[in-house]
Design a protein. Structure first.
Length: 307
C-alpha cells in the first residue's frame, strides 16, 4: 500500500481528561508506579487534521501556549502516525495539523489526545481499517493516557493506567478548570512524590492501588455532591510542593462555591467540581474576576471522533 485511499483531509477531535480519583502505589524496581485512576473525558478538545504527504510532518498552533510542544518525532501524534503506517504496511507519509486547546503539560492529557486523534485520522485517511481493538493496542504503546483518549466517557484505569474498563456514569458533571502558566513535568512530580513519601505520615498503602467504590457509585448516581466526597489525587501534594502558588487558586475556588477542588493529574491545571452549569458559571466568573484564567467544561464526552 503506497497511495492514500481517501482524498483531501480527515479531521478528528479528541478530548482532554480529568483524573477524578488517582491513587499511586509505591515506586517499582523499574522506576514506574502502579496506579488506579478514574478518568473522565471533558469538553476541552484537541483538533487534528491529517492530509496526504510523501513524508511525516507536523504543524502546531492553538489557543494555548504551544512553544514547548515538539514538532519532530518526539511528538506523540507523529509517533502515532508512524505506528499506523508500520502496522498497515503503508509506505507514504502524512501531514498532521494540530490545533491545541488543552493546556500543555497541564495534567489533562492534551498530548495523548493528539496521539489518539492521529491514530484515528491516519486510519481513516489511508483506509487501513485497523478497527478499535488494534488502535487500542497501538495507543497503549504510546502512553497510559492515549487509550483513554480513544475511548472517552468515564473509565477506570489500573496497572500503569492503561488497563481500562468503562465506568457507568449518568448525567452531566460540570467543572471549572484553571490552567496555570508554565507546565509541570510528570516525571518531576512523581520523583517529588517519592521524596515526600519517605516521611512516614504520607507513605503509600502497601496494597495494590484501587479506585474507591464511592467514586464509582457517585458516577453511577450522577450526583456531583456525592462525587465531591471522593475526589482524590495522590500527586497533588507533590505538585503543590513544586508549585506552591497553586494553593491560593485552589483555596479561592472552594471559597467561591466549588464542591471540590484538586490538581488535575500531575498538574499544574486545577479542576473544580460544581453542582450544575449555573454554579459552574458563578465559580468561573468569580475566579476570573480574581485574576485567574478559568474555563467551564463538562463531562463525560466521547473519545476521539471523525468530524
Amino acid at each position: 500500500m503506497s497511495a492514500p485511499l481517501v482524498d483531501g483531509r480527515v479531521h478528528v477531535r479528541a478530548p482532554g481528561k480529568l483524573n477524578l480519583f488517582f491513587e499511586v502505589g509505591d515506586v517499582q524496581e523499574d522506576g514506574y508506579h502502579d496506579v488506579a485512576s478514574a478518568y473522565q473525558a471533558v469538553s476541552l478538545y484537541e483538533d487534528v487534521w491529517a492530509s496526504p504527504s510523501d513524508e511525516f510532518t507536523i504543524s502546531i498552533s492553538g489557543s494555548v501556549d504551544v512553544s514547548g510542544v515538539p514538532a519532530d518525532d518526539r511528538n506523540l501524534a507523529l509517533r502515532a502516525a508512524r505506528l499506523v503506517a508500520k502496522k498497515a504496511g503503508y509506505r507514504g507519509g502524512v501531514h498532521l495539523e494540530i490545533v491545541k486547546h488543552v493546556p500543555v503539560a497541564g495534567g489533562m492529557g492534551g498530548g495523548s489526545a493528539d496521539a489518539a486523534a492521529a491514530l484515528v485520522a491516519c486510519d481513516a485517511l489511508w483506509g487501513t481499517d485497523l478497527g478499535g481493538p488494534q488502535l487500542q493496542q497501538l495507543a497503549a504503546r504510546l502512553g497510559a493516557d492515549v487509550p483513554f483518549a480513544l475511548m472517552g466517557g468515564s473509565a477506570v484505569g489500573t496497572g500503569r493506567g492503561d488497563q481500562l474498563s468503562p465506568a457507568l456514569a449518568q448525567g452531566r458533571f460540570d467543572w471549572v478548570i484553571v490552567p496555570a502558566e508554565g507546565g509541570l513535568s510528570t516525571p518531576d512530580v512523581y520523583r517529588r512524590l517519592d521524596e515526600l513519601r519517605t516521611h512516614p505520615d504520607i507513605a503509600p498503602a502497601s496494597q495494590v492501588p484501587v479506585v474507591a467504590t464511592g467514586v464509582l457509585q457517585a458516577l453511577r448516581s450522577g450526583y456531583p455532591v456525592a462525587l465531591a466526597e471522593h475526589v482524590r489525587n495522590d500527586l497533588q501534594a507533590a505538585a503543590l510542593s513544586l508549585r506552591p502558588d497553586l494553593a491560593t487558586a485552589l483555596e479561592a475556588g472552594l471559597d467561591y462555591g466549588a464542591l471540590a477542588g484538586m490538581v488535575s493529574g500531575s498538574g499544574p491545571t486545577l479542576a473544580f467540581l460544581t453542582a450544575d452549569p449555573p454554579a459552574a458559571l458563578e465559580v468561573q466568573i468569580l475566579l476570573s474576576a480574581a485574576g485567574h484564567h478559568a474555563l467551564h467544561v463538562h463531562g463525560p464526552v466521547p473519545g476521539a471522533r471523525i468530524l
